[in-house]
Design a protein around this ligand. Structure first.
Ligand code: IVH
Length: 707
């Protein structure tokens, strides 16, 4: 590229050309950044280009483009594809990494169902592409959507129509049929595409998966058409009538309807046979012609699948057995400490960049001080006690999409003057002491709210995908607003006062570098939309230690409203009493989580910040959506004694699916106790409290499953 001419030396023609170039570069950089497929420029370079663009616009206001990058922030993706709410959520899969994990999976399934084995499973390759849901009505393809966050995806119907593996019409299909599967790009096509990209001066794709994603998510469907994409069908969403009785049968039916299904799909009994098939697929991996990253096992009998159901975001009836991680070797250039939202000091190795399984890696986690020192949490040795130091030659690995890790170190390549790494005892961000509590593997900054790193990480978590998910307010914008002097966001409540504060300002956000009328009003609008928030998202967004997405959903489901939750946490302040016991009785809430919750709400400053936030919000109570007709929705039930018709786990799963809360202990709040043979103290307590007691058969009849 020719050297850049400084802005004050540009003439009008050069300025026009330069604005066009910057618009193209910044739009592309924006797209790459927000899709996180492949960032193309560094943050610093991005900011520099944006400043240059703004400066040219100031010098030549008449040349400002209609699509000026100054007017764009946030994710172009969400503005360009419309959103689609999936009729049936698109789930992910739990992982198995070892043969033992597979045996455990089989055992878990059998235990849940109360069977002693003899359960058949399908096994098929796990395609490394991106999942797509195709909706057919009366045999016509009416909609195609990406997975997105599992609940809402992007409408890519026009693009999907360009893929030859995807039938546009079906003959003999159910009235409504959602077919799910994976879009991928084969190795040969990927190589050819990259040659073409480079010939055009475009950046090559990092791997076939990114190429497939980039090719499908094109606003101009003609581009998708020119890209050779394949599609394997392996699952379904909404169907107006069942496809078959078994997974194998359903896949065969999809094949008859004209879909490509994977030829390595088979049916097996027992973990041993599944693992044998896994080995066979692993042997063929290199010659398949497309990327796979494991083998998926699914319970074959669809009635058993129904009984097994789901656990927050993954089915109990399936698992992905992943191939071993890819490894590579490189140098540790330095060790940095990152401070997370809960104050944890996480050591990160900065590496000489190296390609690990098709992706360039320059950072890897070192977990915690013990890991660096070559010890595990119990004082045992890892890597036979070899520690990790600056300048070491290390083995790094990457499994799936997770952050790369350092596995081993070659101390024969270590220089004689190297010294062990000394873990800091103060927070590198705020200088507060960093302490390691007993039983905790990490050191934590004690700065709390005064630590800027904790505050900024909490805010990033707050706006994250499973939390408030505000369009146009991502990590990058949080960093910017956090540092802003006149219009700062320092705590969550500040997000919701942003527009009002901006209105009072002399320099409005819309006049700032990188912002315009449209981008500012879009942001305010996106924030306004999220002022109304479901209870579970709010709880998760608070970023309380030990309270993840599924725990937040559990708490929201149990208490139903913010008011009920806070009232309970307030009364549980001393870690005793009825409210405390109730909290502990929630299946899935242990003492550690309960303590973190209660203590967070009783830390004066944190509580004040939470109250300031809540005052800005409209919190939606939990409505058990699909349980409206359920006779037990909202009821608290306790199972005690022996169940004879299904296992305890299945009984609990069924009750929860029907909107009931399952508790482990009986109190005044219990509505029903289901007592089987051998029921003891719980049944007695229920009797004393006047709680309704019924047998398992009565319960099954109540929920409509009685024979
Ligand atoms: S089944 C309810 N089968 O893996 C289970 N998924 O990690 C639905 N994937 O989001 C998924 N090959 O994108 C299934 N043969 C296969 C698959 C497969 C690839 C992807 C899919 C899913 C992800 C979960």
């Amino acid at each position: 590229m020719a050297a850049e001419i400084s802005v004050n030396k540009l003439d009008a023609a050069q300025a026009t050309a330069e604005l066009a170039r910057l618009a193209a570069v910044l739009t592309r950089a924006n797209a790459a950044y927000h899709r996180e497929d492949a960032p193309e420029v560094t943050d610093a370079e991005y900011d520099r280009l944006k400043r240059r663009n703004a400066a040219i616009e100031v010098a030549f206001p008449q040349l400002k483009r209609a699509d000026s990058p100054s007017e764009q922030i946030g994710a172009p993706v969400s503005e360009t594809f419309s959103k689609v709410r999936h009729a049936v959520a698109m789930l992910s899969l739990g992982n198995a990494f070892s043969d033992d994990d597979v045996a455990d999976f089989e055992e878990r399934v059998a235990r849940y169902l109360g069977m002693s084995g003899g359960i058949a499973f399908t096994a098929e390759p796990k395609i490394d592409g991106l999942s797509l849901s195709l909706r057919y009505e009366a045999g016509q393809l009416v909609q195609a959507a990406t997975r997105g966050d599992g609940e809402t995806g992007e409408n890519v119907t026009n693009n999907a129509r360009m893929i030859s593996d995807i039938p546009k019409t079906l003959i003999g299909a159910p009235e409504v049929l959602e077919v799910r599967g994976e879009v991928y790009m084969g190795h040969a096509d990927f190589a050819a595409l990259n040659v073409a990209q480079e010939a055009k001066g475009d950046k090559p794709f990092a791997n076939p998966r990114n190429a497939a994603a980039g090719s499908l998510r094109q606003l101009d469907a003609r581009i998708t058409k020119a890209r050779p994409l394949g599609f394997f069908a392996y699952a379904w969403g909404e169907v107006s009538e069942p496809l078959a009785d078994t997974q194998m049968g359903a896949i065969a039916r999809l094949a008859v309807l004209g879909f490509s299904t994977n030829p390595l799909t088979g049916r097996f009994e027992g973990a041993g046979a599944l693992i044998a098939h896994y080995r066979k697929i692993e042997e063929q991996r290199a010659t398949l012609g497309y990327d796979i990253d494991g083998v998926v096992y699914k319970v074959d009998d669809l009635e058993l699948q129904r009984r097994l159901g789901f656990r927050s975001t993954t089915p109990r009836w399936a698992i992905a057995h992943k191939f071993p991680a890819e490894i590579a070797h490189t140098w540790v250039e330095s060790i940095d400490i990152q401070v997370g939202r809960t104050g944890a000091l996480s050591p990160v190795a900065r590496l000489t960049p190296v390609t690990v399984g098709g992706v360039v890696v320059s950072n890897a986690t070192l977990h915690n001080p013990d890991y660096i020192a070559g010890r595990d949490s119990k004082g045992g040795l890892i890597r036979e006690g070899r520690d990790i130091r600056f300048g070491d030659w290390v083995e790094v690995y990457r499994a799936g999409d997770v952050i790369p890790k350092v596995r081993d170190v070659d101390i024969t390549k270590r220089s004689a003057d190297s010294v062990p790494y000394v873990f800091p005892d103060v927070c590198p961000e705020c200088g507060s002491p960093a302490v390691r509590e007993e039983g905790d593997s990490v050191a934590r900054c004690t700065g709390g709210l005064i630590c800027p790193a904790q505050a900024v990480e909490k805010l990033k978590h707050f706006v994250g995908r499973s939390a408030f998910d505000i369009d146009g307010l991502g990590k990058k914008q949080i960093e910017m607003f956090f540092k802003d002097e006149s219009l700062p966001i320092r705590e969550p409540a500040d997000i919701f006062t942003l527009a009002a504060r901006d209105a009072k300002q002399f320099t409005k956000l819309k006049n700032r570098d990188g912002w315009g009328d449209l981008s500012a009003s879009n942001l305010f609008e996106a924030i306004e939309v999220k002022r109304t928030i479901p209870l579970n998202r709010l709880i998760f967004a608070l970023g309380i230690r030990h309270v993840g997405e599924s725990s937040a959903a559990l708490l929201a489901g149990h208490y139903g409203s913010w008011k009920a939750l806070v009232t309970m946490l307030d009364s549980a302040k001393d870690h005793t009493g009825e409210a405390w016991e109730e909290l502990l009785s929630i299946d899935g809430v242990g003492a550690v989580m309960a303590t973190a919750l209660v203590d967070t709400f009783h830390s004066t400053e944190t509580r004040a910040a939470i109250d300031r936030l809540v005052a800005e919000l409209e919190i939606q109570d939990v409505v058990a959506s699909d349980t409206s007709g359920s006779p037990v929705a909202g009821k608290t039930v306790v199972f005690t004694g022996t169940l004879e018709q299904m296992t305890r786990a299945e009984a609990k799963g069924r009750a929860e699916t029907l909107g009931a809360k399952v508790s482990g202990s009986v109190s005044k709040k219990t509505d029903i106790v289901i007592a089987g043979p051998g029921a003891g103290s719980k049944a007695k307590k229920a009797e004393a409290l006047g709680v309704e007691i019924m047998s398992e058969s009565e319960w099954l009849k109540l929920i409509g499953e009685g024979g």
